[in-house]
Design a protein around this ligand. Structure first.
Ligand code: HAM
Length: 496
């Protein structure tokens, strides 16, 4: 057999085995499985509650955006734009209105929110406009623990307000979310000046780093050419000693930027926010001006400083709207990574997370009973009672097993005899005591029994989770009890 034929056969074979292979989860992506639901629910409830309390309105922008939105705002030289975007050309559609634009899966949420603000004329509404969002973001990064190619963020943005009070309100709302989540965090904060005063600083950085450039990492050598400020964000060991001695921007910003920063800090003092000044904190996108901040678990920041895993990134971006072709609109906001928060909740949280439990389990025996049980389930649900069933199971012990697993307080059992007698069996799932009662009295009896369980310290509903975040009654599973089954990816080191 000739070499060419052999190669062709190998190719055919691997093509065949590839087509026989079951498609699997892509590297860097993550399935959120039912066991994690309580964390997602807890995070969602916490953020939506704070967004509501601080008067932010919900906004949902598409996952697909024009590539130029991020190229102009985050900047061509940012890591996200230069190497991490999922970018492609829209396919030909045959429709004359469709253009073959270059599009991306959005890597972040701020530029899309500002685009929507401009496009929908929110500039003519009373200012500021306060918006919040939650959804997936996509970055083609090297997957590691806490770093995914699809992650989820929620963010709060205040548009149309240049005052330092807006910065403080953004930071306090982020802090209130962490308080609800029960995480002990710290806010490193810095100012990076504005377009005018930053160039003097950039020049002084260039002058300072130039003599060491050959000893620095290849990425930093590039950064020195395109955006020297980003050198300060480098995690490479080779660059740290030079970064440590670099000039600090806070000494060089103009009077307006300094006054703005001092006011932000004064407000934060007033509000008891745990911030620390960090002159090395620059952010990875071009759109930031003045205030920049991140959030870390306090214990991790103490160990690793800015090299720890950031839970949140944020700051002011007064030039963003202009960068994408709109009018000048001041803005400030933050984005929090949900996966990272959940990892932290599992490892360090001391709050209670609600289990999905039920109050009443409806069990049935026989076809007739199944039909009646279906109606009973709907009645209980409509009354706002947490109800569960296992209609696909016919055996009573399998159904009661399920009721036990769900920590159900009561089970209602309907069989052939009960249907004929117009009765129903009600079982206390803790004591195992059963009682036959008249079907017409069932709802009153269930409510009476649930009320007495709740008066004795149990029966808190899922809706109450956030309110009871510090309650450690046995209705809750504490974070310590939850197994750490995080779908950790292949790298060991966790960085920002
Ligand atoms: P960012 O710092 O790039 O900022 O991302 C915000 C947060 O998203 C990070 O602190 C982190 O928790 C999470 N995150 C980022 N990349 C990943 C990843 N690959 N895997 C898991 N989590 C990740 C922004 O995106 C800005 N839009 C924030 C902002 C809003 N600034 C002003 N307003």
């Amino acid at each position: 057999m000739s070499g060419g034929t052999q190669k062709k056969e190998v190719k055919e074979k691997s093509k065949k085995s590839e087509s026989a292979r079951m498609p699997s989860l892509l590297r860097g992506f993550k399935d959120v499985l039912p066991g994690e639901e309580k964390y997602w629910d807890f995070v969602f409830r916490s953020v939506s509650r704070i967004a509501y309390e601080y008067n932010f309105s919900f906004i949902n922008t598409p996952i697909l955006e024009e590539a130029s939105l991020f190229e102009r705002s985050a900047g061509e030289s940012s890591d996200v734009v230069s190497k991490e975007m999922f970018k492609f050309l829209l396919p030909k559609s045959g429709d004359e209105h469709d253009q073959r634009r270059e599009v991306v899966l959005r890597p972040e949420g701020t530029a899309p929110v500002v685009r929507a603000y401009l496009e929908h004329g929110m500039i003519s509404q009373p200012q500021p406009v306060k918006l919040w969002y939650i959804g997936p973001m996509f970055r083609y990064e090297r997957p590691q623990a806490g770093r995914y190619r699809q992650h989820h963020q929620f963010g709060l943005e205040i548009l149309g307000d240049a005052s330092p009070l807006a910065d403080a309100q953004i930071i306090i709302s982020a802090y209130q979310i962490y308080k609800l989540l029960g995480l002990d965090v710290v806010f490193p904060i810095n100012t990076i000046g504005d377009g005018a005063c930053r160039s003097a600083y950039t020049n002084s950085l260039l002058e300072y780093f130039e003599p060491f450039s050959r000893k620095m990492c290849p990425d930093c050598r590039k950064r020195l050419k395109v955006n020297p400020l980003r050198v300060l964000d480098c995690k490479d060991e080779r660059c740290q000693e030079f970064i440590d001695e670099a000039p600090q921007i806070v000494d060089m910003v103009c009077d307006d930027c300094r006054t703005h920063f001092v006011s932000v800090l004064e407000y934060l003092d007033e509000l008891d926010v745990p911030y620390v000044l960090n002159p090395r904190l620059v952010r990875g996108f071009d759109y930031y001006t003045r205030t920049t901040f991140e959030v870390f678990l306090a214990s991790e920041y103490e160990d690793k400083g800015l090299r720890a895993t950031a839970l949140t990134g944020g700051g002011r971006y007064d030039g963003l709207a202009e960068m994408i072709g709109g009018k000048q609109v001041p803005g400030v906001g933050f984005g929090q990574g949900i996966e990272r928060i959940i990892i932290s909740l599992k490892e360090h949280g001391d709050v209670a997370i609600c289990n999905r439990e039920c109050d009443v389990f409806v069990a049935q025996l026989g076809n007739e009973a199944k039909r009646k049980a279906l109606g009973l389930y709907e009645r209980l649900r409509a009354e706002g009672i947490r109800v569960a069933e296992s209609f696909s199971k016919d055996g009573l012990s399998a159904q009661l097993d399920r009721a036990n697993k769900l920590n159900s307080k009561l089970a209602v059992i309907l069989g052939q005899k009960e249907i004929l007698d117009g009765t129903v069996i009600i079982r206390d799932m803790v004591s195992g005591i059963q009682e036959e009662i008249n079907y017409d009295k069932l709802m009153t009896e269930i409510k009476r029994r649930l009320k007495s369980v709740s008066e004795n310290g149990g029966g808190i509903r899922v809706d109450d989770c956030v309110d009871h975040a510090t309650d450690t009654s046995e209705e809750f599973e504490t974070i310590d009890d939850v197994s750490l089954d995080e779908n950790v990816l292949d790298g060991k080191e966790v960085d920002r």
